[in-house]
Design a protein around this ligand. Structure first.
Ligand SMILES: Cc1cc2nc3c(=O)[nH]c(=O)nc-3n(C[C@H](O)[C@H](O)[C@H](O)COP(=O)(O)OP(=O)(O)OC[C@H]3O[C@@H](n4cnc5c(N)ncnc54)[C@H](O)[C@@H]3O)c2cc1C
Length: 274
């Protein structure tokens, strides 16, 4: 995997909780996209007060005090424009916490972000009769990039968790990039403000879906929501997990370091529990 850095060329608020950052510049000369629509980079955030700046040598900064070492956070490539060699990433702004979320809220043209990758593991199967894509804001970039390549006319159901109607975003992209996607897309927004736990809302929505045909499934986002959906799909819809892309991106109440420590155990428990 290659190492590079992007220079911020544009920042746009998509909603109160989503910030789109477009990166370009010479630091992306070696960027090599994959053909996976959930492709992501490990973005390296420099803590405040650290005695180095982007670009840096990851081997050199590894010997610094732990609080000054870069903090790795994974972010989906929402779009890659081969003509201009620009990378678009949509960041969730989730309050005044988190290296990545705070960085995005302060991002300005000219800022730099170092990143390793990309890599990925999903692309819509063009043989499927229909597509089910489920996730919160953190998964919407991967869902939107996947919708871009779904065969024309094919049924796509997206279940998307956001705070309320003001937080809904357009899943299309207007970045001058040709996208083949012309699927028959139905987005069902699940609002956190509605009161019913989102895990239940998602399961209820899935229970109501017409399940005929061969479905391609992509479920990512907050760990408890992903777990609830995975259990329902396996137990009630007889879905074979191995043919799906289902995994948690983050865990409420845990920062990414804390989440990575327990993720393996959490997923193992999840598999036992279904
Ligand atoms: C493969 C992959 C792709 C991803 N793609 C994207 C993407 O394109 N866009 C994106 O925004 N995120 C994406 N994520 C999720 C992102 O990496 C995590 O949300 C990460 O924890 C954010 O780091 P942070 O430094 O802002 O917060 P952290 O320091 O990790 O956490 C600080 C606090 O914020 C909470 N928190 C973290 N994320 C969220 C959130 N989304 N909403 C509410 N609270 C949160 C934590 O639980 C913790 O309490 C992806 C994750 C993976 C594994």
């Amino acid at each position: 995997m290659s190492e590079q850095y992007g220079t911020v060329e544009a920042v746009e608020r998509l909603s109160p909780s989503m910030i789109r950052v477009v990166f370009g510049g010479a630091g992306l000369a070696g960027f090599e996209p994959t053909d996976q629509t959930d492709q992501y980079v490990n973005a390296l955030f420099v803590p405040d007060g650290a005695p180095y700046s982007v670009p840096f040598d990851p081997d050199e900064v590894r010997s610094l005090e732990p609080e000054f070492r870069p903090k790795g956070r994974r972010y989906t490539i929402r779009a890659w424009d081969p003509e201009t060699r620009r990378v678009t990433i949509d960041f969730v702004a989730h309050g005044d916490v988190g290296f990545a979320g705070r960085w995005a809220q302060r991002a300005q043209v000219g800022d730099r972000l170092q990143m390793v990758g990309p890599s990925g593991g999903y692309r819509p199967n063009t043989d499927a009769d229909w597509y089910l894509m489920v996730g919160d804001e953190s998964a919407l970039p991967a869902i939107a990039a996947s919708l871009d390549v779904v065969p024309p006319g094919r049924r796509c159901v997206v279940l998307a968790v956001v705070d309320d109607a003001d937080h809904e975003i357009d899943l299309g992209i207007d970045a001058g990039i040709d996208t083949a996607g012309a699927g028959d897309v139905e987005v069902r927004w699940c609002h956190r403000v509605d009161g019913t736990p989102t895990e239940q809302r998602l399961v209820d929505e899935i229970a109501r879906l017409d399940w005929s045909g061969n479905v391609d499934i992509f479920v990512h986002g907050e760990a408890a929501e992903v777990r609830a959906v995975r259990r329902f799909l396996v137990a009630e819809r007889g879905v074979d997990r191995s043919g799906c892309s289902i995994s948690p991106y983050w865990r409420r109440g845990k920062d990414d370091e804390g989440w990575r420590e327990i993720k393996r155990e959490w997923i193992a428990d999840d598999l036992v529990g279904v």
